[in-house]
Design a protein around this ligand. Sequence first.
Ligand SMILES: [Zn+2]
Length: 299
Amino acid sequence: MSSTHEVPSQRIPRLLYYLLQPVILLAVIGVWLTQPTNGSLFFITILFLQLTLGAIERRYPDRPEWQTPAKQTFTNVLLVAFLFGVSGSIGEIYTHLLSPPLDGMRTALGLDIWPHDWPLVVQLFMVFTLNEFFWYWIHRAEHQWSPIWRLSGHGAHHAFRKLSALNFGLNHPLEYFFLLLPAALLQLTFGIGAPVLGAALLLVTQASIAHCNIAMNSRLIGWFFTTNQYHICHHSTDREESNSNFGCAAIVWDRVFGIFCDNRVIEAGAGPMEPNTWQKLILPIKEFETSSLAPGTQR
Ligand SMILES: [Zn+2]
């Protein structure tokens, strides 16, 4: 492994290397600002990201050995589509279960303090940064404590040895309860409204970029947002590298809490062999035998 930010040997055009991530982020934020309550933007954004990043990954893969056969890509698309439905259902469950108590708590404790009249883009970054703060600690707990690792099935997300933009959504179905919790709590506690949709768009955009197999410059944007260089480090088979960069969309909290790492990782995954889909699914009741990341094990 090495720590490097040089333009890679793959012949990706310099414009893409330097500008792909900031241009995509500006485009997503700009479109949301024109239609801040349009819920269908969530699906449209995912489609746009996956088609764009998927096409660039095919043409300019950072790690050519990570390209997946068409059949595997198709399977991953089906899994992401299924998990998209799962996440929608879990969102409804949270709204149904948590709305009454949190509405009552907001009224009782006077928590109607969200600055709805502030510029939308400021509210967007407030929700995004707060959401990432809570997710940072949830994610860190998943890696720290075996019961949370198993209950969330987080090892399934780490099991993939070849990463691409599609990995943004390839989590265990149970983990969507964890992934959606910060936004649900923020929305239902403070009654935020449209900025939560904007933050969700920014999160899903960043998560797609963070997993993609495209060489991108991390130097400037990577002070606040995570980059694929940093997030792929978190997907390392090496436990020490994996116990860094817990922010999946923002890297700022890893910098604040001192566990930021910018190693370029050679090998991703949770061990020497990638488990099949069934083994990933039953992870909460049966850990991978060769896992190098599961807390409580030493390899
Ligand atoms: Zn992780």
